[in-house]
Design a protein. Structure first.
Length: 420
């Protein structure tokens, strides 16, 4: 596959080979990562890389757009079908730019957004103080009512909304393992005259696969999302509008020319391919198995008395307090698990007492392992290996044995080339 690179650039070829080997022999548990099909990769590396296409289908600023228009229209129509909405903008370069464009489309500088607190599962783009967007808009936050069950404090959310009068009430997360009550968000938003926006970057594939609720069913105005993660497409973003054409037009203008220049047409072609895959019955089976595998891992952590934020999971991910349960920091856990071929990420937990670079928790999930065809039996064993490695992090002989088991398991379940 890399013949031209091999002959032209041996340094990059070596890195590509190394990554191929790492992915083949290790288990990917970072919840925001997945494997894409060969068809998606082919589209992503296609001749559309060559083309500038500022504007939208039928309204471009450059000529030669016959096939770019065709590809983007296909991507839009498939996205609308997947999420049951009337409008879709498939040009955002990733999830963060999608959120920024959405803010500028729906608000004026100084307006208020009510979103989930980062330490309780939210995302940096939901107004963390370190982000530039936080200097432009006013962000206020809601939290979980009970970190042991994951229940959102909807009454406190309502009180903040009534007091702060946000322009947007934002539902969404990067490290929250329960399903949100979208109807309550809509009810509160109507009281204060706010837009409802769902950042579904992590669970978009599970919504498309019909195993988690679609916020549009409860009346949300807008969904922002990435197109990778559970949706199993190329790295990119997307903004969906349920039915309001005025909102959709504002979003289009905010994406281009407001925030971005030429769209990455090669990525849009890959998005279209991935959306086509997500419309198949096989993808629904995949989404169902993602949840089953996550519950299997939850059962092991529960059996071993390892605290999980929210008490477990309703989706694809688990956030575990390994420092409180095992005396291992998140950084130590990430390092030792890397050593045995299991990749996940350290993560802060609610009301964290440690630092972001050496927190109390780890975050892991089942999208990528499920893509390889692994099921509950394998998910259970992987969870057992994780706990054994953390408990015996200083036993090099034991870690070596676990690494060989992980490698053998991965070679038994190679990454598939096609999903349809």
């Amino acid at each position: 596959m890399y013949d031209y690179i091999k002959n032209q650039d041996t340094d990059i070829f070596s890195a590509l080979e190394g990554e191929e080997k790492r992915e083949a022999e290790g288990i990917e548990l970072i919840p925001s990562e997945n494997y894409v099909s060969r068809a998606v990769r082919e589209a992503n590396g296609s001749v559309f890389t060559n083309k500038y296409s500022e504007g939208y289908p039928g309204k471009r600023y450059y000529g030669g757009q016959d096939y770019t228009d065709e590809v983007e229209r296909i991507a839009i129509e498939r996205a609308k079908e997947l999420f049951n909405c009337k409008f879709a903008n498939v040009q955002p370069l990733s999830g963060a730019p999608a959120n920024v464009a959405m803010y500028f489309a729906l608000m004026e500088p100084g307006d208020t957004v009510l979103g989930m607190d980062l330490s309780h599962g939210g995302h940096l783009t939901h107004g963390h103080p370190t982000t530039w967007i936080n200097k432009i808009f006013n962000f206020v936050r809601y939290k979980m009512k009970d970190t042991e069950t994951g229940e959102i404090d909807y009454e406190a959310l309502r009180e903040v909304a009534l007091r702060e009068k946000p322009k947007i009430i934002l539902a969404g997360f990067s490290a929250y393992s329960r399903e949100l009550d979208y109807a309550k968000f809509v009810e509160i938003a109507k009281e204060v005259g706010a837009y409802t926006v769902a950042d579904m970057a992590h669970v978009a594939g599970l919504i498309a696969g019909g195993v988690l609720r679609n916020p549009f069913e409860d009346g949300f105005d807008v969904i922002t999302t990435t197109t990778h993660k559970t949706l199993r497409g190329p790295r990119g973003g997307m903004i969906l509008t349920r039915e309001n054409e005025e909102i959709a037009k504002k979003i289009d203008k905010a994406v281009f020319p407001g925030l971005q220049g030429g769209p990455h047409m090669n990525v849009i072609a890959a998005k279209a391919v991935a959306f086509g895959e997500a419309l198949t019955p096989a993808f629904k089976e995949y989404a169902t198995q993602v949840l089953k595998n996550a519950k299997a891992m939850e059962a092991v952590f529960k059996k071993e008395n390892i605290r999980m934020l929210g008490g477990g999971t309703d989706n694809h991910l688990i956030l575990a307090d390994v420092f409180g349960s095992l005396g291992v920091t998140g950084q130590e856990a990430e390092t030792v698990l890397d050593a045995v071929g299991i990749t996940l990420n350290k993560n802060m937990i609610a009301d964290e007492s440690r630092t972001a670079m050496d927190p109390s928790g780890i975050r892991f999930g089942t999208p990528a392992m499920t893509t390889r065809g692994m099921k509950e039996e394998e998910a259970t064993r992987i969870a057992e290996i994780m706990i054994a490695a953390m408990r015996e992090k200083d036993n090099e002989e034991r870690l070596s044995v676990l690494k060989e088991e992980v490698k053998k398991l991965c070679l038994t379940f190679p990454v598939p080339e096609s999903f349809v």
